[in-house]
Design a binder for this molecule. Structure first.
Ligand code: UDX
Ligand code: ADP
Length: 458
């Protein structure tokens, strides 16, 4: 069968995999190939156990794989055979040298640009999908244009706004698609080509176009604004705990202002995930680079409040448990950074588990999807840690439960049964405010929500 378009994606991670699976599903006349340097990851994409968990993803991959969706390790071949190349390789925070702990580590990105240059035999449209510092496209263009070949490259920015746990839904029905390009004749033509791909399933009025720098910056700023909302509500949750106000009531009252809106106002133990912290630090670094220290400090506050919220949660646990956690058995309900994913990158649970171990507590971890990631995150940490699939068995014999992920299954547990198996006084620290606090209190628990007065029997 000949296909209308041949599309390549370099990077088969949390962004590249689901994005290309949905693209293949929506565009049966396009041939979509996803390549990665990691052979284990590609083998997993080609198996029944996909490397990431996302609701509905397995079904989509099953329906398209081998028909118009292909996963492969052949990066040179992929580059040669496809003229539209999405790039979604990882851009973690730099851990060394200049900008360590703040700037984006662009080594994978640059290597990809060089690979594209080396293996291209025809002109290409190269699309940045990963979140990148503004002006990265310039660096990519400089690499791609450094030889005198007749092959040309148009570099575009088309950031992905999907959230984990709802990736398929977000991809199928996005709020917007943003495509940034150079405003040259060939840049605008390339932009149209990409617009036509999305127009297969996204209404044209939702596809917005901009210059390339606005597009790169919009992605980082969207994440910064989202994280800022969470840090805002979390900061106020601390004040609620001091004043007997209730953060759920406050967030409801505030969110009903149509200018503010109700979403993303759930106070929590802190935000995690691979994007928010990384992107804000990246923004902060960029502002400092341009001499905008006040702007940098303003955004850095969002990350500081997030660290404060996690530490505050731990200190609240300690205070409630008679100022010592030594030898206490604490069960963590949830380890992933949010519900409906097994991803644990930057999960507050890593920090909380680490601090509990420092305090010489025994930590028992349960999570429906993230136990294998939890095992590798905590490998090498000193102390007593166990991983238990069943939440009832996990809490058995414990002094306290800390709810760290808002998995639905935790709302439906039989807390009387759980209480009966625990050491008394038994406490629940609800880092997501998902449980029925009054009911847990009436069963006998001391209950410590976020941003609400505790319910205790003392
Ligand atoms: C985020 C952006 O939402 C997405 O648009 C972007 O493409 C990637 O980064 P993601 O990190 O996958 O997506 O998940 P998100 O739903 O944004 O949650 C991030 C963190 O914030 C999670 O730890 C979540 O539990 C927390 N959160 C979210 C809260 O604590 N309170 C809220 O009200 C919402
Ligand atoms: P994201 O959450 O942004 O999708 P991931 O870390 O999940 O990030 O995925 C990025 C993927 O990119 C990884 O599977 C990694 O192996 C892959 N990758 C990194 N560098 C290259 C490269 N030069 N060529 C191909 N794939 C790469």
């Amino acid at each position: 069968m000949t296909f209308e378009k041949n599309i390549l994606c370099i990077g088969a991670g949390y962004v590249g995999g689901p994005t290309m699976a949905v693209l293949a599903r929506k565009c049966p006349l396009y041939r979509v190939t996803v390549v990665d340097i990691d052979p284990v990851r590609i083998a997993a994409w080609n198996s029944d156990e996909l490397p990431i968990y996302e609701p509905d993803l397995k079904e989509i991959v099953r329906a398209t794989r081998g028909k118009n969706l292909f996963f492969s390790n052949d990066i040179p071949g992929g580059i040669r055979d496809n003229d539209i190349i999405f790039v979604s390789v990882n851009t973690p925070t730099k851990t060394f040298g200049v900008g360590a702990g703040m700037a984006a580590d662009l080594q994978y990105w640059e290597k990809t640009a060089r690979q594209i240059l080396q293996h291209s035999r025809s002109s290409k449209i190269v699309i940045e999908k990963s979140t990148l510092p503004v002006k990265t496209a310039q660096a990519m263009e400089n690499i791609l244009q450094c030889t005198n070949s007749s092959i040309s490259f148009d570099v575009l920015s088309n950031p992905e706004f999907l959230a984990e746990g709802t990736a398929v839904k977000d991809l199928e029905n996005p709020d917007r698609i943003l495509i940034g390009s150079r405003e040259t004749e060939s840049g605008l033509k390339a932009r149209e080509t990409i617009e036509d791909i999305y127009a297969n399933w996204v209404p044209r009025e939702k596809i917005i176009k901009s210059n390339i720098w606005s597009s790169e910056l919009s992605k980082i700023v969207s994440n910064a604004f989202l994280a800022q909302r969470i840090s805002s509500v979390n900061a106020i949750s601390a004040l609620c705990e001091k004043t007997d106000a209730d953060i759920i009531e406050v967030a409801k009252a505030v969110g009903m202002d149509s200018r503010i809106g109700p979403k993303f106002l759930n106070a929590s133990v802190g935000f995690g995930g691979s994007c928010f912290r990384k992107d804000i630090l990246n923004l902060v670094y960029l502002c400092r680079h341009y001499g905008l220290s006040e702007v940098a400090d303003y955004w850095e506050g969002v990350v500081k409040i997030n660290q404060y919220q996690q530490e505050r949660f731990l200190l609240n646990m300690m205070t409630a448990m008679f100022n010592t956690l030594t030898d206490k058995k604490i069960c963590l309900y949830g380890f992933s950074f949010k519900a409906n994913t097994g991803d644990t990158r930057q999960s507050p649970a890593i920090f909380i588990a680490g601090r509990l171990l420092e305090e010489k507590a025994e930590v028992i971890i349960t999570d429906p999807r993230a136990l294998s990631n939890a095992r590798s995150d905590l490998a090498g940490m000193e102390g007593r840690i166990s991983f238990v699939e069943d939440p009832y068995a996990a809490a058995h014999g414990c002094h306290a439960i800390a709810v760290l992920t808002e998995w639905d299954i935790y709302r439906r547990l039989d807390f009387r049964k759980i209480f009966d198996g625990m050491i008394k006084p038994a406490s629940i620290f609800d880092g997501r405010n998902i449980l029925d606090h009054r009911q847990c209190f009436e069963i006998g628990f001391n209950v410590y929500p976020i941003g609400k007065p505790p319910l205790t029997h003392f």
